[in-house]
Design a protein around this ligand. Structure first.
Ligand code: GLN
Length: 523
């Protein structure tokens, strides 16, 4: 097979071909590395690459495959699910000996002293990690422009953002630089970039995936989850990283279903799960400012799910409008505490003048970018004596009300269905001077984090030639229902023309003259 054919495979197809011997893990890796090398100058999706480590892992996978093939079917079946398959990591997953910058100058030069829990899980599952992906600094952003090393482009239009903060992971998967990637979602950072790049992204329930070794942003909201090009692949990756970890006290001892093998491969069977399912359409999610093309695609998808047997019920989530305000008190407050550890002594950047206070101020002053400083100031203010009750405590009370809205809705329905993002990908720079406009990008995703629930974004067509995301929101720890519904949507829309389109700007990525995202071509 050619490099292009190899990189177009889904992870579950790679798994099958690796077992039959039709492809090798090293061959798969080289195809992806070649594409990254040729194209990333114009995409900037990758923060760092580890070709040597990845090649060693791929060679080990190939050796094990040869052995298993000679031992027979049982040995092949016993190989772990991601054996020999490339998986990209957002650059806030700490890995031993590798750079882990969280997109920040303050962690420039820092290398992980250990592997994050999910990195251990991925190694145990046989995954090959080509490198780390670019992101908004400390995951604060909705566009992957707040990056110390330049923004990421959207493979559908290089002049537009891929969404954020996990935009590097989303763009890498959309551009076929990896079949799978890990992101984090504190307020929408997996689902929103998935929507804007036409990929599948799942934010698991709070507590589903361990955050041990994940550089923290807002600890009561952060979750780790998968990006993929179809729902089955997202299920495969979630199954590997989900589950209890005693090193993260918020990680839940809930059983983890075998997501991937529970999902139907046959489209007819996949669509069957819609029969009799009650899906809630929250009135408040069709917000002012939503683009008509986005609303149209989402409503069309809802109608088609109904025609395939789902029952659609309009529901109210009356406190939705307070989601944004609540999030922007809670998240900065927690961030201001989490980021106190970057003091120039323990990790990364360290300015040394001989005076401790100067060192501290200089390290943080030059190490953090503008958005991070804004959040630290907001958070410190919200937690300060006199304002704590007025802001932080109030936000926690509203948080309870938002959660109660969802609890009530889930008494009537199996899942909620809504847009993921009110708009398609916006031009690079468009929201950089207006933080509130940037914050509004997550109006439809934030409430899920505030309530600690799970959400899945699946592509549902194009508006003005750009991808639109359909969001499914589920009960706590019911990722399986979301994956089944997402898979059913794929089956219902399998023959749609848009499903056969590749991101429009892929040919420009191949042109060495295409400039880095956000950089105007020389006149
Ligand atoms: N855009 C939101 C923020 O800036 C969410 C980010 C995230 O989910 N990491 O905080």
């Amino acid at each position: 097979m050619t490099d292009t054919t190899l990189t177009r495979l889904h992870a579950h197809e790679m798994a099958t071909r690796l077992r039959t011997g039709e492809v090798g893990s090293r061959e798969l890796l080289e195809a992806h590395l070649a594409l990254i090398e040729r194209q990333d100058h114009a995409l900037n999706a990758w923060q760092s690459l580890d070709p040597a480590g990845a090649r060693a892992a791929a060679d080990r996978a190939d050796t094990a495959l040869v052995r298993a093939r000679s031992d027979g079917q049982e040995a092949l079946d016993a190989l772990p699910p991601l054996h020999g398959i490339p998986v990209a990591l957002k650059d806030l997953v700490v890995t031993r000996g590798q750079p882990s910058t969280a997109g920040s100058r303050i962690l420039e030069g820092y290398r992980g002293a250990y592997d994050a829990h999910i990195a251990e899980r991925l190694h145990d599952a046989g995954a090959v990690i080509p490198g780390k992906t670019n992101m908004d600094e400390f995951a604060m952003g909705s566009s992957t422009e707040h990056c110390a090393w330049g923004p990421v482009g959207n493979p559908w239009d290089l002049g537009r953002v891929p969404g954020g903060s996990s935009g590097g992971s989303a763009a890498a998967v959309a551009a076929f630089h990896a079949p799978l990637a890990i992101g984090t979602d504190t307020g929408g950072s997996i689902r929103q970039p998935a929507a804007l790049t036409g990929t599948v992204g799942l934010r698991p329930t709070y507590g589903r995936v361990s955050r041990s070794g994940i550089i923290a942003f807002a600890s009561s909201l952060d979750q780790v989850g998968p990006f993929a090009r179809d729902v089955r692949d997202a299920a495969l990756l979630l199954g590997v990283v989900a589950g209890h970890d005693p090193r993260d006290s918020t990680s839940a001892p809930e059983p983890v279903p075998d997501y991937a093998s529970t999902l139907a491969t046959d489209p007819g069977q996949a669509a069957e799960v819609l029969r009799g399912r009650r899906l809630g359409l929250p009135r408040q999610y069709f917000v002012a400012g939503m683009e008509p093309g986005v609303e149209a695609r989402v409503r069309e998808a809802v109608a088609r799910l109904a025609a395939a047997g789902a029952e659609i019920v309009e529901v109210d989530l009356p406190h939705t409008e307070y989601g944004l305000a609540t999030y922007y008190i809670v998240a900065p407050a927690e961030a201001s505490a989490n980021l106190a550890r970057y003091d120039g002594v323990r990790f990364g950047r360290s300015v040394r003048t001989g005076d401790v206070l100067t060192d501290y101020l200089e390290t943080r002053g030059t190490g953090f970018g503008a958005e991070v400083k804004r959040r630290i100031m907001l958070g410190t203010y919200a937690l300060s004596a006199g304002y704590y009750d007025a802001y932080y405590l109030k936000a926690l009370k509203v948080r309870t009300l938002i959660k109660a809205d969802f609890d009530q809705a889930f008494e009537q329905v199996d899942a909620l269905i809504a847009p993921t993002s009110p708009t398609v990908a916006f031009p690079l720079g468009a929201r950089m001077d207006d933080p509130v406009a940037m914050y509004l990008s997550d109006a439809c995703t934030l409430p899920v984090n505030v309530a600690g629930l799970a959400g899945l974004s699946v592509p549902c067509g194009l508006s003005e030639g750009l991808p639109v995301g359909l969001q499914l929101i589920g009960r706590a720890f019911d990722e399986l229902t979301l994956l089944q519904l997402g898979r059913a949507w794929e089956a219902v829309s399998a023959d749609d023309d848009w499903r056969r389109l590749e991101p429009t700007d892929l040919p420009r990525l191949d042109d060495p003259a295409t400039p880095a995202p956000g950089v105007a071509p020389a006149a």
